[in-house]
Each structure stands twice: as C-alpha cells, then as structure tokens.
Design a protein around this ligand. Structure first.
Ligand code: G1P
Length: 287
C-alpha cells in the first residue's frame, strides 16, 4: 500500500522558545526564508505524501493560515510585479492537501498521533516531528518510505548517539541486522543512560501501520506522565515485525533556540542569498 498521508504533530507549547513563542507558534519560526513547518511539509511531499494531517492546539491557528490561499496578497503581488514572491507564496499554498486536527489537551506525542486517527483512516502513514530538518541528498522520510516499500512493516528512523545522550530519546533494541536495516525487538522512551539497551536513538520520523491507533487507545501514560508514541510502538512489536533504519544524511535541530540558531547559520553559509551577508557579519563579529 502506498503512503499518501503524513501526520505532523504541531500542538506542543514551545516553552523552550519563550518569550519568542508567546504569540507565535514555534513551527512558524523561520529557517532562512520559510517557517520550520514548511520545511517539514516539503520533506513529507518529497517522500510521496499528498495529504498532510497537521495536529494543532489552541493558539496555533496561525499555522493553518500559513497554508491557506491568500487571494488579496496574491493579487497585490501580481499587480506590483513581484513575481518571485508570488511564486513563493503560491508554492506554500499548493504543496499538498491539508487536514487540520485538534489536540485539546497536552497529553503527549502518542495522544497527538491518536488525534489523527479519523483523518488517516485504515491505511499506513508517515509521521514526522518538525523539530528537526532533514539535510542531505535523500530526505530522511523518503528513506523510511523506501524501506517501507521493501519491508511493509512500521519503520523507525534510528541514529547512534553518545550513550550519555540516549535518555533524551526513545531507545531501540536490535534483534537482527542487515547492514543499516535492523529488526527491532524493543523500544523504551527516554531510559536512564545506565539502563539503556543500546545507543540507537529513535529520531522523529516514522512509518506507522493503522494498528498503532488501537495500540495508542490503550496506552497508559508513560515517561513524563504522557501518552508516548514509543509505548504504542512497543505494542506493535508484540504483534509483528517492526524495522528501523540508520538513515544517511543528517537531522538538524530546530526545536531548541541554540539548535535553531546553529541550523540557520549552517544553512545560510551555503546559501546563495544569505551566505555573503552571514560571512560579512562573522567578519564583523570576529574583528
Ligand atoms: C520525541 C519522542 C522520542 C524521540 C524524540 C526525537 O521526544 O517521544 O521517542 O526520540 O522525539 O526527537 P521529544 O523530543 O518530543 O521529547
């Protein structure tokens, strides 16, 4: 079955970015010339998604506006001959079909994904957390979709991290491996480093099968008192094979102020529009 749906949870409070995110959803912070959520949407489309199911909460309606056609703005840009800007605005409107879903209470990532159940229906789907940007020749979600085409099982994005950092992530235990593809025998959300079964962190890209929704309906609150997607995936592992791939390329952090700043700087340095200005500024700073 093809993967046409991608769920993007964007209901979190963005407390790490306060006060910047007091009124502005963190997903609308710009990275170079476009908001974080647009980078995520573009990656999903590059992986084959046609319908993006975005989970928002109270106060995050501006995200919806970003992807809504704005006829008055388009008419104005056209009238003034600002054709590059017009094209950029239209590109964000017409990326994909959108379904907007609300998470009324902040009960955790697993609960946010469960809120998308009706919108997704009885089909496999992709899921991505917009806190990281994919950077490299093949978007990470595309790599997962390709692995799904081969294995037809849930697929997790895995990355080796220094042991002391594993407690920030979901952690996967490997049953057997074929190169960078692993069959997973267990997953645990944010284990203490000295109890972690491996150094393989689950990163925020997934292909999931619709039985995840049943699993999440009966998942009790776990780490941090929240309903964890990782715990739902643990239930899937009990029912059938789940694979993980150590992806190629990088995921760049835009979910913390320092990561967001570093990602902007790194992408800007190699960017035709922004590179020169940033190098100039660096010259000023180091002078
Ligand atoms: C979430 C997931 C966790 C995963 C992480 C990747 O945690 O629950 O399993 O490792 O994303 O960034 P969060 O970072 O939202 O606490």
């Amino acid at each position: 079955m093809e993967l046409h749906h991608c769920v993007i949870p964007a209901a979190g409070l963005g407390t790490r970015f306060l006060p910047a995110t007091k009124a502005l959803p963190k997903e609308l912070l710009p990275v170079l010339d476009r908001p974080v959520i647009q980078w995520a949407a573009e990656e999903a489309v590059a992986a084959g998604a046609r319908r993006l199911v975005i989970v928002i909460s109270d106060g995050k309606e501006l995200i919806q506006q970003h992807f809504t056609v704005h006829p008055a703005l388009e008419a104005l840009l056209e009238e003034r001959g600002k054709l590059a800007e017009l094209e950029a605005v239209r590109a964000s409107d017409h990326l994909a079909d959108f379904t907007w879903v609300r998470q009324d209470e902040p009960l955790g990532l697993g609960h946010a994904v469960l809120c998308a159940a009706d919108a997704v229906g009885d089909r496999p789907f992709m899921c991505m957390l917009p806190d990281d940007l994919s950077h490299g020749p093949v978007p990470v979600l595309r790599q997962l979709a390709d692995a799904y085409a081969e294995h037809q099982t849930p697929i997790l994005a895995l990355m080796r991290v220094p042991r002391e950092q594993i407690s920030r992530y979901g952690c996967a235990t490997v049953a057997e491996s074929d190169g960078s593809v692993h069959r997973i025998s267990a997953v645990v959300e944010k284990p203490p480093a000295d109890e972690a079964a491996s150094d393989l962190a689950i990163m925020g890209r997934y292909v999931l099968t619709p039985d995840i929704f049943d699993a999440l309906r009966t998942t009790e609150p776990g780490a941090g008192g929240e309903i964890q997607l990782t715990d739902g995936i643990a239930a899937l592992i009990a029912r059938g094979p789940v694979h993980g791939i150590e992806f190629t390329g990088e995921l760049l952090d835009v979910g913390t102020p320092a990561g967001w700043l570093a990602t902007n700087a790194r992408l800007a340095l190699n960017n035709a529009t922004f590179g020169a200005a940033l190098r100039d500024a660096q010259g000023v700073v180091s002078a």
